[in-house]
Design a binder for this molecule. Structure first.
Ligand SMILES: NC(=O)C1=CN([C@@H]2O[C@H](COP(=O)(O)OP(=O)(O)OC[C@H]3O[C@@H](n4cnc5c(N)ncnc54)[C@H](O)[C@@H]3O)[C@@H](O)[C@H]2O)C=CC1
Ligand SMILES: N[C@@H](CC=O)C(=O)O
Ligand code: NA
Length: 434
């Protein structure tokens, strides 16, 4: 049989990995597909010294690939959501299947892209867009297809997890670890996407659509980053038996769907609390299967290439007939997506870690306790530390039971109005993940 003809746009971290692994595993891949996968053209502004492109045509205009009549599958690995969107939509118009690792593109423009792909009868694969090499999209879309998914949660940004792990384990500074993550090719072109939780929110948006059968709604995701986290809170969390992780959480409730990314305290003995470095893990809870966990490298050259190539193989296998309908892009048949409200963050429910920095006056603790009790917020545990030397204030560390965020916000406003308060209250959400 004739080889499947592929063009790769972008030869950076992921493009380079894809090019090399396709070459290295060519024989085994063709046994899996029943045909060879041939990279006909590669387009990149910069060459990748790790790739031997001597036998491949290299062009600098990505549209040379998109408009090449010989190419059947366009692999978009340049990133961003402007040129990448043009590449993907034009490839679809030209009747080509598309594979991309671009979560920003899918989370923001996926509804439009999938609609066009369906009209043109082509597939769009994006396994690499969420949790890098972990086949979590396939797991939810296919492996868990018999379940009603209740919730999913996870560590879905490798750069952020690498930073938090190195800070906790080795006491390294935030900036120092971020620079290393950039050098290793983990970070986005704009690393604030990693640090501010935008990248995780892109991925969570995609996972929620696939899990719950809802359109992609990135703009409604609540996003909080890790830049404000202090070593003090990391240490207090440890003292309480918790670790701080940057978690994405999507959960069905009677009111709608929680869609939120923020730093979260997790009991130190939970599996997710022990996912370190660039590793990602996603826990998915279905009504039939219960909780399942998917773990692996969330970023990097070859782990991400692994997912890109799996999608190329899927496309190659399905190319024979009606590809868009065999496995629908958002897991549910188009026209079957339902409208559920995405909840505002103050309607979401979780437990809370609060650090209150107060003057060391008699009666402060009673005032604090009363603010919680009049709002019906139950306190799970409390630590009152010795007065801190510099300003004589005492840190009061509290863990609450689960409560709607609006009530915690009211309590924080009341706390911050107390004369005894020395600084803004630090609030981090807590999830037991049991
Ligand atoms: N780096 C990682 O670990 C992961 C990255 N991704 C996603 O994969 C995509 C690519 O990321 P990386 O490989 O890390 O980026 P990169 O910056 O290493 O590579 C981008 C490549 O695109 C090329 N390029 C950019 N603009 C171009 C243009 N106008 N014309 C021709 N070539 C152009 C660059 O020369 C470079 O070779 C992004 O969407 C990213 O979010 C997804 C999962 C993991
Ligand atoms: N920048 C991302 C790359 C993979 O998606 C991350 O660090 O997770
Ligand atoms: Na993946």
């Amino acid at each position: 049989m004739k080889p499947v003809k592929v063009g790769i746009c972008g030869l950076g971290t992921v493009g380079g990995g894809t090019f090399n692994v396709l070459k290295r595993n060519a024989e085994e891949i063709s046994r899996r597909v029943g045909r060879q996968i041939e990279v006909v053209q590669v387009a990149s502004r910069t060459m990748n010294p790790e790739c031997d492109t001597s036998t491949t045509e290299v062009v600098d205009d990505v549209f040379a690939i998109v408009d090449n009549p010989e190419i059947e599958v366009v692999v978009e690995l340049i990133g961003g959501d402007t040129l990448a969107k043009d590449i993907v939509l034009r490839a679809i118009e030209n009747g080509k299947h598309v594979v991309t690792a671009n979560k920003a593109l899918i989370a923001v423009h996926g509804n439009e892209i999938f609609a066009r792909a369906r009209e043109r009868g082509v597939m769009v694969g994006f396994e690499a867009a969420v949790a890098g090499g972990i086949p979590v999209i396939k797991a939810i879309r296919e492996g868990l297809a018999g379940n009603r998914i209740n919730w999913l949660t996870g560590i879905i940004n490798g750069t952020g997890n690498f930073i938090l792990s190195e800070m906790r384990e080795k006491g390294r500074t935030f900036e120092d670890v971020l620079q290393e993550a950039q050098a290793l090719g983990y970070a986005e072109a704009d690393p604030t996407f990693d640090v501010e939780g935008i990248d995780a929110a892109h991925k969570l948006t995609i996972l929620a659509s696939i899990a719950f059968g809802i359109p992609l709604q990135f703009e409604k995701a609540y996003t909080e980053g890790i830049a404000e986290l202090t070593t003090a809170d990391v240490n207090y969390a440890e003292a309480l038996g918790y670790r701080i992780k940057h978690l994405g959480m999507a959960r069905r409730t009677d009111l709608g769907i929680e869609l939120r990314v923020h730093p979260t305290l997790i009991p130190a003995d939970r599996l997710l609390a022990n996912v370190n470095g660039v590793m990602n893990a996603v826990m998915v809870n279905g009504d039939a299967v219960g909780s399942t966990l998917y773990y692996g490298a969330g970023a990097g050259m070859e782990p991400t290439a692994s997912a890109v190539i799996a999608d190329i193989i899927d496309v190659a296998r399905f190319m024979a007939s009606a590809p868009a309908d065999q496995v629908p892009a958002l897991a549910f048949q188009s026209g079957e997506l339902s409208e559920h409200p995405i909840l505002a963050i103050d309607q979401c429910e979780s437990a809370y870690y609060l650090r209150i920095q107060a003057k060391d006056h008699p009666g402060v603790l009673a005032q604090v306790a009363s603010i919680f009790s009049v709002r019906g917020i139950n306190i799970q545990s409390i630590i009152q530390k010795e007065a801190e030397e510099l300003d004589g204030s005492i840190p009061i560390i509290l863990l609450t039971h689960r409560v709607e965020e609006q009530r915690i916000n009211d309590a924080i406003i009341a706390l911050e109005a107390l004369d005894a308060l020395q600084a803004a209250v630090v609030r981090i959400r807590v999830e037991q993940l049991g």
